[in-house]
Design a binder for this molecule. Structure first.
Ligand SMILES: [Zn+2]
Length: 228
């Protein structure tokens, strides 16, 4: 008797992500967990984020506006096939040895299947250049983000190398991530994704040779409030 009632009991499952979610094999325009951004939040004709991330971004945007800071998303969710297009284009335009070619692309661009942009938790703000954020309006925006973003759950995963981050992409002052969700994706990624999943693009054998999961997927800053 007791056994049969247990059998009917439905346990609440912890959040689980499929490999497709983690590797970016998704179409955000048709995925029910994503929303299209209103045009005032982005320069793109069509940009998507996960609902929870978009809600948090809107809150941050409002607070920024009150302080005369205008945040604008220049890139949001990108799926794996889009990232393959970026990768293959760069691969074909760079000269030199293959492994140095891969490492050169990896200074700023992800290997297909390894980008945080696949997850719908991350976006790029205002300008894709560090120099923009070092003076004038850009510096004001950056200082505001450093002071306030964490309150809304956002942080800059690719900060300059420091004690908490010793490898991976170069610094990206424009790239911001929604930690409450992205940290779950990162954990799931480390459980589920293997080097064999990273294929289908030029030079894909360098995924394993360069240990891109350890070096790049995990080469991010920790949550700034955990820094001691
Ligand atoms: Zn980015």
């Amino acid at each position: 008797m007791i056994l049969s009632s247990w059998a009917n009991f439905s346990f609440k499952e912890p959040p689980s992500y499929t490999k497709a979610d983690l590797l970016g094999d998704i179409d955000p325009t048709r995925h029910h967990d994503f929303k299209k951004l209103r045009s005032k939040y982005t320069t793109k004709e069509s940009a998507y984020l996960r609902d929870e991330v978009y809600d948090a971004f809107k809150e941050m945007w409002k607070a920024a506006e009150k302080d005369d800071i205008s945040l604008i998303i220049v890139s949001a969710t990108r799926n794996r096939s889009y990232q393959s297009g970026i990768w293959n284009r760069k691969w074909n335009s760079f000269a030199g040895e293959e492994n140095s070619r891969a490492e050169r692309i990896l200074q700023y661009s992800s290997m297909p299947g390894t980008s945080r942009h696949h997850w719908g938790t991350d976006f790029d703000l205002n300008a894709l250049e560090n120099s923009y954020f070092t003076s004038g309006e850009g510096l004001k925006i950056y200082n505001w983000l450093i002071a306030n973003a964490a309150e809304f759950g956002f942080y800059q995963p690719y900060i300059a190398f420091n004690n908490y981050r010793e490898q991976g992409y170069r610094e990206e002052k424009w790239h911001w991530s929604y930690y409450p969700l992205a940290s779950k994706f990162q954990r799931a990624y480390n459980h589920l994704v293997e080097y064999g999943d990273l294929n289908g693009f030029q030079g894909d054998e360098y995924a394993e040779k360069l240990q891109v999961i350890d070096t790049y997927v995990n080469g991010v800053d920790s949550w700034p409030k955990n820094h001691d």
